[in-house]
Design a protein. Structure first.
Lengths: 52, 254, 224
């Protein structure tokens, strides 16, 4: 079982390339999800304090 | 005919009015989140684990499931932006300017993903991180154009004015991008006879091809998700002093 | 009506040219800049003749692009600052003509000296005589297209930093750069170069109406 996983991860020595691509993809999409939500949160808090 | 057209136009303008947009997008956002992330993850898992290994390139070819959809998306987002730019210029619809503004960073992100993954893919297959190949060059220029649009928008303080400024720039861009692509191709044939091409992989078998199609769908859905999120943030920031924000937004969220 | 437009066009052209020639820096600066950039390449890279000859088309074209964009933000900014542009737009005459006259004036003031300077630089960079004609033709078409593109960049960044308009315009100038260098370097190799010039001409033919109209829109943004 562990050997199977390690063969999948290493991908004949090319694993580093594929996994780094996947990492870049998720990293950049993550930034794109995080930034608008941060903006929304900030305005939410501003309005909250104004209402109080 | 004219009546129907006006009806459709009014419907779009109504749906695009900031409070109404915020309302209906809050309703569809969870569904969009669920569907897009599911399709995205399933497509990537299928491509990265279950599709057969390429006999020529080995497992490195699996980068195709990340690289090609993001490259295509980078270009089609520009097309989308040009359409929004046209609507902004001709009918002055407020929401289309905001759409244009919020699509630009997403397009730049996907173009950047395509460039980075392409260069990572190039290392094992070509031996170098970068080749001045026609496609790589035109993608790099596309990224610069995105950067110019984002930079122009951030430099103008009045946001509705900035929207119209970048709509002009996106219209210039959509006219000139095909010329850039073609001229880079010609430049290639002049300087070096075609040495590499990304499509040199043998014609794809269906079981490599089907996960790629699913990845395309997943990437487009992720674009829709990111666009909705960005647009919601944009709408609320622009209208933060209006009464509907403090009423609806505070009640709907959290 | 027809003669009105022509009068209007020549009036603006004459006024702008007069203003440009009263201040010699407007047409001297791009020229000097062009020559300095050109002379830096042999100093920085190598004075070898064959090497410089293979490099020459690209060097001349990059220098021409940069020096035609050097003073581009002044094309509207001074008239904008002192209110002359407002008067032009208030008047009933077509603003499209105004933009075209201003672009033409900018090209006459910066693009034309560059053409002359490129002849000198072709000597410095050992370009063969056979490639002079395509170089001049492509520079005429290319620098005019650059003036058009620069006008839209200048209109969009009115009142902003000058570097912004360069960042806006430079990515769009790639086809001009590619076609121009391709025309000159294929002439060096004794190949047919007419195709590249025709494409540049076609781009210019579409660019004059299209880009001028978009520039009018871009200037109008500042009056809302």
């Amino acid at each position: 079982m562990i050997e199977q996983i390690s063969t999948i991860i290493s991908m004949d020595g090319n694993g580093l390339y594929v996994w780094s691509c996947l990492f870049i993809l998720f990293f950049i999409i993550g930034i794109n999800i995080y930034l608008p939500n941060r903006k929304l949160n900030r305005i939410y808090k501003e309005n909250k304090t104004k209402a109080q | 005919m004219n009546k129907i057209w006006n009806y459709i136009k009014d419907w779009f303008i109504e749906m695009g009015s900031p409070p109404l947009f915020f309302k209906w997008s809050s309703k569809i956002l969870p569904w969009l989140l669920f569907i897009s992330i599911t399709v995205f993850i399933v497509g990537l898992l299928w491509g990265l684990f279950y599709s057969p290994t390429d006999y020529k390139q080995g497992d490195v070819y699996r980068i195709i499931y990340i690289h090609v959809p993001s490259a295509i998306l980078g270009q089609s987002i520009f097309m989308f932006m040009a359409i929004c730019g046209f609507i902004t210029m001709v009918w002055r619809v407020k929401i289309s300017g905001m759409l244009l503004k919020s699509a630009a960073p997403i397009g730049a992100s996907f173009t950047l993903i395509a460039l980075l993954t392409g260069s990572i893919w190039g290392k094992p297959t070509w031996g170098t991180w970068w080749v001045w190949d026609a496609r790589l060059t035109s993608t790099l220029i596309l990224f610069f154009i995105y950067a110019a649009i984002i930079g122009l928008h951030s430099s103008i303080d009045d946001k509705t004015k900035a929207d119209r400024a970048i709509s002009i720039l996106s219209l210039v861009g959509i006219a000139i991008i095909p010329i850039i692509k073609k001229s880079v191709d010609w430049w290639q044939t002049l300087h070096q006879p075609s040495t590499f091409s990304l499509t040199s992989a043998p014609s794809m078998t269906p079981d490599m091809y089907q996960p790629l199609l699913l990845c395309f769908l997943g990437f487009y859905l992720i674009f829709a998700l990111l666009l909705t999120m960005n647009l919601r943030a944009e709408v609320v920031i622009r209208e933060k002093n209006r009464s509907w924000v403090s009423k609806q937004f505070l009640n709907l969220e959290r | 009506m027809k003669s009105n437009i022509y009068n209007w066009f020549f009036l603006i052209l004459r006024r702008d040219l007069l203003m440009a020639f009263r201040r010699s820096s407007t047409y001297i600066t791009p020229l000097i800049f062009f020559l300095i950039v050109i002379s830096f390449f042999p100093i920085a890279l190598s004075p070898d003749q064959d090497f410089l000859r293979s490099l020459a088309p690209g060097v001349i074209w990059i220098a021409a692009l940069l020096s035609s964009l050097l003073a581009i933000e002044t094309i509207f900014s001074e008239d904008f600052r002192d209110g002359t542009l407002d008067e032009f737009f208030i008047s009933n005459d077509p603003s499209f003509v105004l933009v075209f006259a201003k672009v033409l004036c900018h090209w006459l003031v910066t693009g034309f000296p560059i053409l002359l300077a490129s002849l000198i630089s072709s000597l410095i960079l050992y370009l063969p005589v056979s490639s002079l004609l395509p170089m001049i033709c492509s520079l005429i078409l290319g620098t005019f297209f650059m003036s058009l593109l620069g006008a839209i960049g200048a209109a969009l960044s009115l009142g902003k930093s000058a570097i912004l308009s360069a960042i806006i315009v430079l990515p769009f100038s790639i086809p001009t750069l590619l076609m121009g260098t391709a025309a000159v370097s294929s002439a060096i190799d004794y190949q047919d170069y007419s195709g590249f010039l025709l494409i540049m001409g076609a781009m210019l033919a579409i660019g004059v109406p299209g880009l001028c109209l978009l520039t009018v829109e871009a200037i109008l943004l500042n009056y809302e």
